[in-house]
Design a protein around this ligand. Structure first.
Ligand SMILES: [Fe+2]
Length: 125
Protein backbone atom coordinates (compact mmCIF):
# COMPACT_ATOMS: atom_id res chain seq x y z
CA UNK A 1 0.00 0.00 0.00
CA UNK A 2 1.28 3.42 -0.88
CA UNK A 3 -0.57 6.56 0.19
CA UNK A 4 -0.18 9.31 -2.39
CA UNK A 5 -2.22 12.25 -1.13
CA UNK A 6 -5.15 13.38 0.97
CA UNK A 7 -8.38 13.47 -1.02
CA UNK A 8 -10.82 14.80 1.54
CA UNK A 9 -11.65 15.36 5.17
CA UNK A 10 -15.19 14.62 6.27
CA UNK A 11 -16.96 16.15 9.25
CA UNK A 12 -20.33 15.13 10.63
CA UNK A 13 -22.63 18.12 11.06
CA UNK A 14 -25.88 16.28 11.74
CA UNK A 15 -28.60 18.71 12.77
CA UNK A 16 -26.61 21.72 11.58
CA UNK A 17 -26.04 21.17 7.87
CA UNK A 18 -27.23 24.55 6.62
CA UNK A 19 -25.52 26.50 9.41
CA UNK A 20 -22.33 24.53 8.86
CA UNK A 21 -22.49 25.06 5.10
CA UNK A 22 -22.75 28.80 5.63
CA UNK A 23 -19.88 28.74 8.15
CA UNK A 24 -17.50 26.85 5.89
CA UNK A 25 -18.48 28.99 2.90
CA UNK A 26 -18.69 32.45 4.45
CA UNK A 27 -16.28 32.30 7.37
CA UNK A 28 -13.72 29.81 6.06
CA UNK A 29 -14.01 30.87 2.43
CA UNK A 30 -14.56 27.47 0.87
CA UNK A 31 -16.12 26.98 -2.55
CA UNK A 32 -18.86 24.47 -3.26
CA UNK A 33 -18.03 21.54 -5.51
CA UNK A 34 -20.49 19.04 -6.99
CA UNK A 35 -21.58 16.18 -4.74
CA UNK A 36 -22.98 12.92 -6.08
CA UNK A 37 -26.29 11.65 -4.75
CA UNK A 38 -25.69 9.64 -1.62
CA UNK A 39 -28.99 7.91 -0.75
CA UNK A 40 -30.09 8.70 2.79
CA UNK A 41 -27.08 10.86 3.53
CA UNK A 42 -27.55 14.62 3.16
CA UNK A 43 -24.37 16.62 2.83
CA UNK A 44 -22.38 19.29 1.07
CA UNK A 45 -18.93 19.28 -0.51
CA UNK A 46 -16.29 21.99 -0.76
CA UNK A 47 -13.13 22.13 -2.84
CA UNK A 48 -9.97 23.29 -1.09
CA UNK A 49 -7.04 23.25 -3.46
CA UNK A 50 -6.71 19.73 -4.79
CA UNK A 51 -8.60 18.29 -1.83
CA UNK A 52 -12.15 18.51 -0.54
CA UNK A 53 -14.00 19.01 2.71
CA UNK A 54 -17.18 16.96 3.04
CA UNK A 55 -20.02 17.86 5.35
CA UNK A 56 -22.08 14.80 6.28
CA UNK A 57 -25.47 15.13 7.94
CA UNK A 58 -26.39 11.58 8.84
CA UNK A 59 -26.53 10.24 12.39
CA UNK A 60 -23.89 7.69 13.43
CA UNK A 61 -24.67 4.18 12.25
CA UNK A 62 -23.49 2.63 15.49
CA UNK A 63 -21.31 0.18 13.61
CA UNK A 64 -17.68 -0.64 14.36
CA UNK A 65 -16.67 1.01 11.09
CA UNK A 66 -18.88 4.02 10.43
CA UNK A 67 -18.49 5.99 7.17
CA UNK A 68 -20.50 8.87 8.66
CA UNK A 69 -17.89 9.37 11.38
CA UNK A 70 -15.39 12.19 11.09
CA UNK A 71 -12.58 10.93 8.90
CA UNK A 72 -9.95 11.79 6.35
CA UNK A 73 -9.48 10.02 3.04
CA UNK A 74 -6.17 9.13 1.50
CA UNK A 75 -5.55 8.05 -2.07
CA UNK A 76 -3.69 4.81 -2.61
CA UNK A 77 -1.84 3.60 -5.68
CA UNK A 78 -3.85 0.38 -6.05
CA UNK A 79 -7.13 0.00 -4.15
CA UNK A 80 -7.57 -3.69 -4.96
CA UNK A 81 -4.04 -4.49 -3.80
CA UNK A 82 -4.74 -2.41 -0.71
CA UNK A 83 -7.86 -4.45 0.07
CA UNK A 84 -5.88 -7.66 -0.38
CA UNK A 85 -3.23 -6.31 1.98
CA UNK A 86 -5.84 -5.40 4.60
CA UNK A 87 -7.23 -8.90 4.41
CA UNK A 88 -3.77 -10.44 4.68
CA UNK A 89 -3.09 -8.32 7.76
CA UNK A 90 -6.47 -9.10 9.27
CA UNK A 91 -7.52 -5.46 9.33
CA UNK A 92 -11.32 -5.11 9.34
CA UNK A 93 -12.65 -2.84 6.62
CA UNK A 94 -15.91 -1.71 5.10
CA UNK A 95 -16.22 -1.43 1.33
CA UNK A 96 -18.74 0.49 -0.77
CA UNK A 97 -19.02 2.18 -4.13
CA UNK A 98 -20.08 5.72 -4.78
CA UNK A 99 -22.00 7.48 -7.51
CA UNK A 100 -21.14 5.91 -10.82
CA UNK A 101 -20.07 2.71 -9.02
CA UNK A 102 -16.53 3.30 -10.21
CA UNK A 103 -15.35 4.96 -7.02
CA UNK A 104 -14.47 2.23 -4.55
CA UNK A 105 -14.47 3.41 -0.96
CA UNK A 106 -12.82 1.48 1.84
CA UNK A 107 -12.95 2.51 5.49
CA UNK A 108 -10.77 1.27 8.30
CA UNK A 109 -10.37 2.26 11.94
CA UNK A 110 -6.95 2.97 13.42
CA UNK A 111 -5.94 1.53 16.83
CA UNK A 112 -7.09 4.74 18.53
CA UNK A 113 -10.56 4.54 17.02
CA UNK A 114 -10.16 7.09 14.23
CA UNK A 115 -11.82 6.38 10.90
CA UNK A 116 -9.73 6.51 7.73
CA UNK A 117 -11.06 6.14 4.21
CA UNK A 118 -9.05 4.82 1.28
CA UNK A 119 -9.74 5.38 -2.41
CA UNK A 120 -7.93 4.68 -5.65
CA UNK A 121 -5.80 7.62 -6.73
CA UNK A 122 -7.37 8.36 -10.09
CA UNK A 123 -4.36 10.41 -11.11
CA UNK A 124 -2.19 7.32 -10.81
CA UNK A 125 -4.66 4.84 -12.31
FE1 LIG B 1 -15.23 10.19 2.97
Amino acid sequence: MKASRILHASVNVTGNLEEARQFYEEVLGMSTTPRPEVPGVPGHWFAVGDAQVHLVAAPPLGTDIDPTANHFCIAVDDIEATVAELEARGVPYLRATQGDEEVVQVWVVDPAGNTVELQQDRVLS
